[in-house]
Design a protein around this ligand. Structure first.
Ligand code: NAD
Length: 256
């Protein structure tokens, strides 16, 4: 049986690319394309026309893929769960409270939710390598760099990377107290005691470096998404395998 997908945010940059990739994937059918703009147009030749009605879009779907906005993604997911439709959330910036509520709803509905901070396979590997490095080099900082249209900072990937580093450390990092801060936030923002720095510039897509420092040496792990096609193998994989999961899970690695 084919996987029947409703794509929310289908007129957006990630939504359009996803409709195209999913429409070309074996065993996957895009049954609805939902957005609040360009209603009646098609995101990709042969794809369903864009509609503003998510409820109608979910009627024939087995999976909702959401690439909308942090203010609506959790409500979209909740509506899908109430209809027994599994959810893949690609939208970044969904809060912990919202995820906690979705976790409960997913368990009650026995319908899975997969939240994917980054669909790029290389980015998932970067996080796994970071976990290994943090065991031996606990002093680390994250620098994430994105296009200037990105709404949130730091990125979901940077936050997740910092959490992974913090939970993988065997020793506390060396911290120099008493730095005189001449400019607010010059040392970045702290995520679980890992400094995270966000760069926003036109021309960038999605890039991240993790810098580890130890006595007399540094290690840099870097990942670059050079265009949005980098996310598509992960999008197809997540949509194909989400129904193998239970409850709410975070990260593409749960289906890799
Ligand atoms: P975009 O602004 O190009 O697209 C968002 C689309 O959602 C727009 O077409 C907008 O009209 C639509 N939308 C917003 N509110 C809506 C609503 N209430 N109902 C229906 N449609 C609505 O943004 P984008 O670059 O495609 O990114 C979308 C999200 O995906 C962002 O949160 C971004 O950070 C995230 N993202 C995630 C990954 C990942 O790997 N997880 C990669 C890139 C981007």
């Amino acid at each position: 049986m084919s996987v029947r997908v409703c794509v929310a945010g289908a007129a957006g940059r990630m939504g359009m690319e996803s409709v195209k990739a999913l429409a070309q994937a074996d065993g996957i059918e895009v049954v609805a394309a939902v957005d609040r703009v360009r209603i009646g147009e098609t995101a990709y030749p042969g794809a369903p026309a864009l509609s503003a009605d998510l409820g109608a879009g979910l009627a024939d779907a087995t999976v909702l893929l959401d690439f909308t906005h942090p203010e609506v993604a959790a409500d979209n997911a909740s509506l899908a769960l109430s209809r027994g439709v599994a959810v893949v959330i690609g939208t970044s910036g969904v809060s912990r409270d919202q995820l906690d509520r979705l976790r409960v709803q997913a368990e009650e509905a026995q319908t899975p939710v997969l939240v994917v901070p980054n669909f790029a396979i290389g980015a998932v590997l970067m996080m796994q390598f970071a976990a290994l490095a943090a065991k031996w080099m606990p002093s680390a900082e994250v620098i994430e760099m994105h296009h200037d249209q990105k709404l949130d900072a730091p990125s979901g990937t940077a936050t997740r990377t910092a959490e992974i580093i913090a939970s993988s450390r065997n020793q506390a990092p060396a911290v120099k107290e008493g730095t005189i801060m001449k400019v607010a936030c010059a040392r970045g923002g702290m995520v679980e005691s890992v400094p995270v720095h966000s760069v926003r510039l036109p021309g960038l897509v999605a890039h991240q470096m993790i810098l580890f420092g130890g006595p007399g040496e540094t290690l840099t792990i870097r990942h670059d998404s050079l265009d949005r096609t980098s996310f598509m193998p992960g999008v197809v994989l997540a949509v194909r395998r989400v129904w193998e999961l239970e409850g709410l899970r975070i990260g593409l690695d749960t289906v890799m």
